[in-house]
Design a protein around this ligand. Structure first.
Ligand SMILES: [Zn+2]
Length: 212
């Protein structure tokens, strides 16, 4: 019985031959010693924005959590299932990463949903609506500042504002506050423009995104 997709099986065999075999020592070392990445990346589920590809990373180098629109929720302990918060806590306290990068991108479908609730409701996307409500404040701020601009302009502005929101939310976690206060961890925002291949990084002083 055929269950697993052929093209994935073929691609895995290609990986095994082209990548794993020449780097087997690296994988054996990772298996024996565990992971010690010094960077955590919070990125979108979007298939076009792959942190390992963008930062030319080998396995073991980036601790990545991906979700719709690369969001970090604010610290709270009421809910039961906190995937991002659990990953964040593990990265900060167990792995002791030195950097956390919130990586946003152009053309983000999650951000589009945050801007256009009517369209999202028509598709009965109940989880998306709830998840993207984290950007309600950012959306209102963008609409107040850029309300007379085109939809594309608003979209791009909210993509960047959302990154700032997530960086700010990182600072609501007590463990991050302590580690950042000690200078043990640094928080970063970055924005990848897919069509142009440009990475913009958030300037901590000015709050602006500056191309690398
Ligand atoms: Zn996205």
């Amino acid at each position: 019985m055929k269950q697993f997709p052929d093209h994935l099986a073929d691609r895995f065999r290609r990986f095994k031959y082209r990548h794993f075999a020449p780097n087997q020592d690296h994988y054996e070392k990772l298996a024996a010693e565990g992971q010690t990445p010094d960077v955590m990346v919070v990125s979108c589920c979007d298939s076009r924005v792959d942190p390992e590809t963008l930062f030319s990373a080998m396995p073991g180098e980036l601790f990545v959590v991906r979700n719709v629109a690369n969001l970090v929720p604010p610290f709270e302990t009421q809910g039961k299932y906190h995937g991002v918060s659990a990953a964040l806590e593990f990265a900060a306290l167990n792995i002791r990463v030195k950097h956390i990068v919130v990586l946003g991108h152009s053309g983000c479908g999650g951000v589009r949903a945050a801007l256009d609730h009517n369209t999202t409701r028509q598709t009965a996307a109940q989880f998306i609506i709830n998840w993207m409500s984290m950007l309600d404040e950012a959306r209102d701020k963008v609409l107040a500042a850029h309300g007379d601009h085109t939809a594309a302009h608003l979209h791009a502005a909210l993509e960047r504002e959302g990154i700032k929101t997530s960086v700010a939310n990182l600072r609501t976690f007590p463990c991050i506050q302590i580690l950042e206060g000690r200078g043990s961890i640094a928080l970063h925002g970055a924005y990848f423009d897919i069509a142009r291949g440009v990475l913009e990084v958030l300037d901590r002083e000015t709050g602006e995104f500056v191309p690398l």
